[in-house]
Write a protein that binds this ligand. Structure first.
Ligand code: S3P
Length: 454
């Protein structure tokens, strides 16, 4: 689907965003494998989350019918109720899931391959879930996912005792699960997916598992496990967890702050004042706000509470009067890994250059985001380059142009936002991919004042 973006509108108002994708994957897995009845609300209908729900429906018999029901009903509707735009449906059955779990020992083999769609998080977390399950599972995915590296998750699971085979380092991945033993593992690349997979496996391993992270990454798995009473300790970058069978979960998934980042940037680029309510404020996810602050975007967070260990609150964006370039050093990158595309969109309009240093990991995302961002910014009439593993964005504004997001949700949304402040109109091909993480993205932007023809 092609979107025509016409600059000139001001993105402003009050908005909600769909539930957090990273949190939803984890809470769904934990709910379907708990002992007891879990209740989750504000689950996002994002395609990636549906992939996790579908895979779980194949391997958790007691949860199957409710998961299948949620997948088929999940959707969103435009419901103003004081919001300029709101994804919350009045029919709770579409965003709420009541799921029966019978514990980890009740997992059953899937009658066919487990299709993870476009979702790396689904594939890697499920690998950890299935490693201690005494049967064979096959995980596969779409054309983008089968190109992404899977050895990084296979290796620690093998060390724990599972038989995990990748296809030249990629999916399809075949897992012959069995008895696992705890390990001490130094995660070679900062990855919340690898960390999450090992933690899920460790819950059914004999003895303690110790993980050492080279840099902090999102900690949703740890927070949920602590909230469920698991024996998990954290000290600096060292996480220790022992075997544990957990009870059910009850919680409302916080709004996805990575989705909110696109609206924040759109408001900043168009000079609008915006409030996004009910977003997750986990510090391992909000670091992009500090980078934006350095660029001249003024935001305020107002914490309102906590759910299953996740802080939640409202996020205000004040009208922005100009952006300046910044540098994002290698050490900061894991904390803004999903926001580099939207930060690059801002950087294209900043005064001066912005550098993202040591960003090679971006080549391994849903598409090669390092090369793709440089090409995208140039395609919209700006200047950007990749030097080694660094992305350099020249700033100075965009003229407008045409870009194909090539099946990558964040690339589609970032270039669409960048185009809002270009001198002339732009065409972004592949906007349907936004549904992977931010269902209703174009409706949200349009309702907040952007001029986009779908
Ligand atoms: C995610 C972890 C990150 C991130 C992805 C979601 C997660 O990937 O880029 O969008 O939910 O654990 P890596 O673990 O590969 O860094």
């Amino acid at each position: 689907m092609r979107a025509r973006v016409v600059p000139g509108g001001t993105v402003a108002g009050r908005s909600r965003v769909p539930g957090d994708k990273s949190i939803a994957h984890r809470w769904l897995i934990l709910a379907a494998t708990a002992r007891g009845t879990s209740r989750l609300s504000h689950l996002p209908p994002a395609l990636d989350v549906r992939s996790t729900a579908w895979c779980l429906s194949r391997i958790c018999s007691s949860a199957r019918s409710s998961l299948e029901g949620w997948i088929s009903k999940s959707g969103y509707r435009d419901e103003p109720h004081g919001f300029t735009w709101d994804t919350t449906s009045s029919d709770p059955s579409t965003s709420e899931l009541v799921v029966e779990g019978e514990g980890r020992s009740a997992l059953v083999p899937s009658s066919g391959p487990l299709h993870c769609g476009n979702s790396g998080t689904t594939m890697r977390l499920l690998a950890g879930l299935l490693a201690p399950a005494p049967f064979t599972s096959l995980l596969t995915g779409d054309a983008s996912l089968v190109r992404r590296p899977m050895e990084r998750v296979a290796e620690p699971l093998r060390l724990m005792g599972a038989d995990v085979r990748t296809t030249d380092g990629h999916a399809p991945v075949v897992i012959r699960g069995g008895r696992l033993a705890g390990i001490r593992f130094e995660v070679p690349v900062p990855s919340a997916q690898v960390k999450g997979a090992v933690l899920l496996a460790a819950l059914r391993a004999e003895g303690a598992t110790v993980l050492v992270e080279p840099a902090p990454t999102r900690d949703h798995t740890e927070r949920a496990l602590v909230a469920l009473g698991a024996p998990l300790a954290r000290e600096g970058g060292v996480i220790t967890v022992g075997p544990y069978e957990h009870g059910p979960l009850d919680g409302t998934v916080p709004g996805d702050v990575s989705s909110a980042a696109f609206l924040v940037a759109a408001a900043a680029l168009t000079g609008g004042a915006l409030t996004v309510v009910g977003v997750g404020l986990n510090p391992t996810r909000t670091h992009f706000l500090e980078v934006m602050e350095r660029m001249g975007v003024r935001t305020r967070v107002r914490p309102t509470g906590e759910v299953l260990g996740e802080p939640v609150g409202d996020l205000d964006v004040l009208p922005c009067h100009g952006l300046v370039g910044t540098s994002v050093p290698r050490g900061e990158l894991p904390l803004v890994i999903d926001e580099v595309p939207v930060l690059a969109a801002l950087a294209a309009h900043a005064r001066g250059e912005t550098s993202f240093e040591g960003a090679g990991e971006l080549r391994l995302k849903e598409s090669d985001r390092l090369g793709g961002l440089a090409e995208g910014i140039r395609a919209l009439g700006g200047d950007a380059d990749v030097v080694g593993d660094d992305l350099l964005v020249a700033g100075g504004g965009l003229r407008g142009g045409a870009f194909d997001a090539r099946g990558d949700h964040r690339m589609a949304m970032a270039l669409c936002v960048a185009a809002l402040a270009a001198a002339g109109p732009s065409q972004i091909e592949g906007m349907q991919w936004a549904e992977v993480s931010f269902p209703g993205f174009l409706d949200a932007l349009g309702s907040l004042g952007a001029e986009i023809e779908g």
